[in-house]
Design a protein around this ligand. Sequence first.
Ligand code: ZN
Ligand code: ZN
Length: 584
Amino acid sequence: MGGSFGGEAFETSVPLFLILELIFDHPLVGIPVGVAVVFFLVWTARRVRDRRFNQIITRGVQKQARDRLQEVFKKIKQSDPLFDPASLEKRVRNAFFKVQDSWSLKNTEAVRPFVSDGVLESWLIQFEFHRSQHIQNRIVDLRVHRCEIVGAEKTDVFETVFVKIEALGRDQWTDTRTQKNIDGTTGAVAFTEYWTFLRRPGARTKVSGGALEGQCPNCGGALVINDKARCGACDSLIASGEFDWTLTAITQDVEWRFRENRQEVPGAAVFLVNDPAFNIPFVEERAMVVFWRLQKALLDGNSFALRKVALSEFCDIFDKGLVPLKKHGSLSVGVCQTVNVSSGDLLDTIGVLVKWEGVPWTEEGGGISREVGKKFFSCVLKLVRKKGTKTDQRTGFLSLHCPGCGAPEVSSLQSVCDHCGLPLADGSRDWVLADVVFEDPVSPSLSVHPSPPLLQDPVGLLSSLVLVVMADGEMAPKEQKMLEEFASLWRMPEGRVRDVVSACREGTLTSSIPVGQPESHRWLESLADMCLVDGTVDPRERALLITVGKSMGYTPTDVDLYLRRRRTQLYARSRAHLKSGPAS
Ligand SMILES: [Zn+2]
Ligand SMILES: [Zn+2]
């Protein structure tokens, strides 16, 4: 963009001979002017060089992403010749309106064919929260500016597309008893979301439309979905991902920026030996179902919602009030990530790190003020299943449906299917919750992961920054301002720094502060690398790096040297990529 300030432009634009004439004719004026001009030239040359440097890095990074995307599209087309990114974007755009409608009307019928159980469960439980608070949330005057596939993956088990949706809408909160507006934005607000769609590699695009259009992606008939999420005509499980794209996650803009830091799960390959269909997306989908069921149990004040997804021992502990969690409203999940897997003699175990935020619940009007007094939580859901259990590929993203008869699971005292009596919560069919492990705020995360993933989410990053900056006891207004600028640069919601700072003062932050030289070095470097993701470091990011570096014993020169070294590497890589591969 804006390449008009080219490298050669300034050389011809400065009338050098005029300055020389001035120096000879009027040295008293000419010499200082000459010196100023030389300084200007050097400064300009450096700026031009920096800008070209940045442009090459940015272009290289962008081209690499585009090339990668085209490569995946090509692979998908090999097995599904009708796959076309542009028409999928159009389908998602239409589905977006369906989803917003169903949210506003609290009716999920139209979206059931293409939404996973985890996503649906999170909505249903939030509807219940709203109902108990007599509030209704609507998005009105909705418009979509852009709907674009920005990423794709293809593995043996899944095809995945990530769709970026830029929209404009007005958030409206109504008291359902008086029908009066109580909260919300007065004008339309722009927002960006990333939607993740998955399907199994055998799925094919249908010209006539599929689940997103309300048609059976298997037999093509108009869908009248029964309560088992099956097509009434051909009995296929619809939102399982077997026939068409299934929406499995909606990620907010700010969270998306941190996805680059995702790490491989150590040890996950071990499961593939006995269970070739084992895969992380199913596990994390299941973890989300369990998480939202846990929240429902907190709302209900009993373990009924957990009975079919948790071991009975855990349900008993829950009912005795021994699970240290309280009812919160306005919940949103930031991180859901598998952090460890292990295989024992009787049980397989998986730890899924979940980070979420919510507003403390008060009986009247609690949990609805969405931005004030947010609390942040972090725990590892310990999921287990009996040794030898295999992943059920058919049910896929419908893990809240009985694998025996397909009936949807309802909350009850029973740990077996209410229809066919199949045991559901003993770990013989699917992953079930065995424990909730909290990270110790004093000696954090290290106990859970062998090597803790660094800077993986906005709240985690901000928490660490606040802890580092406040290590000397207090936070100077200048430091607070700097953190706020950084937060807004990373598109974090307003007030986030304030909430994290107050959580830090209360001592409730479950985040780590790097200890010792090698760790703080690694931490600072990964922070710098995050800032360098788009190729350049904003002056506000640099200021923060220097402040944080200082409280860890690094000089500004140390920080600048590291940034320069990394930029040189990025530049070399980008240049190489721009020269090779298909033309951009
Ligand atoms: Zn059908
Ligand atoms: Zn059943």
